[in-house]
Design a protein around this ligand. Structure first.
Ligand SMILES: [Zn+2]
Length: 235
């Protein structure tokens, strides 16, 4: 299966052929649907056949291998037969917010001097959990630093390295607390130019300016050590 989202996060649709379909979801030979993982929700959208038949995709999840994406349909819906050619299209508005949010969380990692224990991207409100017993920044100070990096419009790019090289540079597996997908022989590093570099399998915008107005809405105490940052996009 060709995961188009991995090299082109901006692809909204693609032509594809149904390989298999059943209760565990629809498998295509290629897809633009990002499957749930790395703290980022799976895409929703639609599969459309040439005769106009459409199947709503309510979620996308990983199957048995790293490159196996299962497109989940609503319960009780009969899936397309194997061999059916479809146009696979994601809900772009939702995905683009995920891309902006996900990239914003990389900036938070760089701005805050604390270990990250968890992160969850959402279209409306994301969160990032920190091992940060004595916060040395307020939410407004973090918001101001984020605004500077957004205004600087830093390029965001992918760098591919071998699994072996990643093993030798474990500092690159860090804050998102989710190991990047392995098993391809190589993994992707996500670089925010001059700001952050870490292994990451999610989808991101091409430059920090696209994140737009982002705000730390709240810093919440979650026990003695842990703080939860709530991240919102202002539009
Ligand atoms: Zn990422």
């Amino acid at each position: 299966m060709e995961p188009i989202f991995r090299h082109d996060a901006y692809a909204r649709s693609c032509r594809a052929t149904v390989i298999a379909a059943g209760p565990e979801g629809v498998t295509l030979d290629r897809t633009v649907f990002y499957p749930t993982g790395g703290g980022q929700p799976g895409d929703t959208g639609v599969l459309r056949a040439a005769d106009g038949t459409a199947w709503t995709v309510v979620d996308a999840v990983k199957g048995s291998s790293p490159d196996d994406v299962r497109h989940l349909l609503a319960e009780g819906v009969a899936p397309p037969a194997p061999g059916t050619e479809v146009e696979a299209e994601i809900d772009w508005q939702r995905r683009y917010r995920h891309m902006r949010m996900h990239t914003a969380l990389h900036l938070v990692c760089a701005v805050v001097d604390a270990g990250i224990t968890g992160a969850q991207v959402n279209a409306e409100r994301s969160r990032i959990d920190l091992d940060w017993p004595n916060p040395d920044m307020t939410k407004d100070e973090i918001t101001a630093r984020l605004a500077e990096i957004v205004a600087a419009n830093r390029p965001v790019r992918s760098i591919w390295i071998d699994d072996d090289e990643l093993d030798a540079r474990l500092e690159l597996v860090k804050s998102m607390s989710v190991a990047p997908p392995r098993g391809f022989g190589r993994v992707r590093l996500l670089e925010v130019d001059g700001v952050d570099l870490q292994a990451c399998g999610g989808t991101h915008v091409a430059a920090t300016g696209e994140i737009g107005a982002v705000e730390i809405a709240k810093i919440e105490n979650k026990g003695k050590q842990n703080r939860r940052l709530h991240v919102v996009l202002r539009d």
